[in-house]
Design a protein around this ligand. Sequence first.
Ligand code: NAP
Length: 338
Amino acid sequence: MRYRKIGNTEMRASVLAFGSWAAGGWMWGGTDEKKALEAIWTAFDHGINFIDTAPVYGFGRSEEIVGKAVREVSRDQVFIATKCGLVWDKKDWPSGKGDFHFYSTDEGYGTGEESDWRVYRYLRPESIRKEVEMSLQRLQTDYIDLLQTHWQDSTSKIEETMGTLLELKAEGKIRAIGVSNVQSDDLDQYFQKGEVDVIQERFSLLDRKIETNGLLEYARRKNMSLLPYSPMCRGLLTGKMSPERKFNPGDRRNYEERFSPENRARVNEKLRRLLPLAEEYGLSIAQLILAWTFSKYEKTHVLCGARNQEQVLENVKAGDTVLSEESIFKIEKIFEDF
Ligand SMILES: NC(=O)c1ccc[n+]([C@@H]2O[C@H](COP(=O)([O-])OP(=O)(O)OC[C@H]3O[C@@H](n4cnc5c(N)ncnc54)[C@H](OP(=O)(O)O)[C@@H]3O)[C@@H](O)[C@H]2O)c1
């Protein structure tokens, strides 16, 4: 496993991080806590010291599981990243506070007004502070290594949001600052107030927007770390998602065109064409896809979700692989019409 510094800080974290959204179950058709814990410990045993979570993943459940996992190891050996800015409420949330994001149930997306929960993007100072206190409790720790704004909120001023993050850093409650799901303009405003260490964005062979919308370039210019999320496109790019697979109720993949049986077959056909290259490197398809995700920027830490220890054991091997320029070109060529 390779390790590298986070942004301009002196903190080092593994290039592969354990993404614990699925561990919370919500939007993933449920979770098995025992398997999730085994998966996290397996990741730790194999050199992954970086774990990413968020309060909203399972409405606290993912953070609680991460807290239980970290309690069994030495706190200073683990780099914990969590987030703020997605809050959930029953039906009495005051209007004008935050941007409505979506309806939800305990299991996944809600269909409308009758749903139990409303999820809002909300980044006002008092809310961030409240969220951080809750996260610290669930994670059973007294500091968070990296706190990221999860989604941006048009009703909060970035200047004040960033001011609060800097205060939390000065107080020792957080050690680094990150942003997720941003535009370059938002970043300009964050940087007017202080330094951002990390940018977390969707990035995979099927989601390459950051290469053209200025965000990857921004990261390079500021020496920020890049945390690509959903690098395997939530399982679609592992070569193991058959068109026949049925997802559990609540699993978000039930509702997305990208996961239709026809599209799964189309993606699998492309992935089959990668087999000779994967064999050349002694990698599986999932490992080759993860290795590609590192190839664009030397300060990348790939956030990799896993449901069980078998998946972790497979994925972890990608943490040592560096692909040649020629191989990167071949991979991209096969997917150029996606
Ligand atoms: N900032 C944001 O807005 C944001 C958004 C999304 C994610 N994230 C972060 O990024 C992390 C990773 O993204 P992600 O979990 O969405 O997607 P991902 O890493 O692309 O996919 C993870 C899923 O793929 C399947 N999988 C993983 N390894 C596999 C293997 N070797 N073989 C077969 N299947 C395998 C598992 O699901 P099944 O077994 O159920 O198929 C697993 O839960 C998240 O956990 C979260 O920490 C952040």
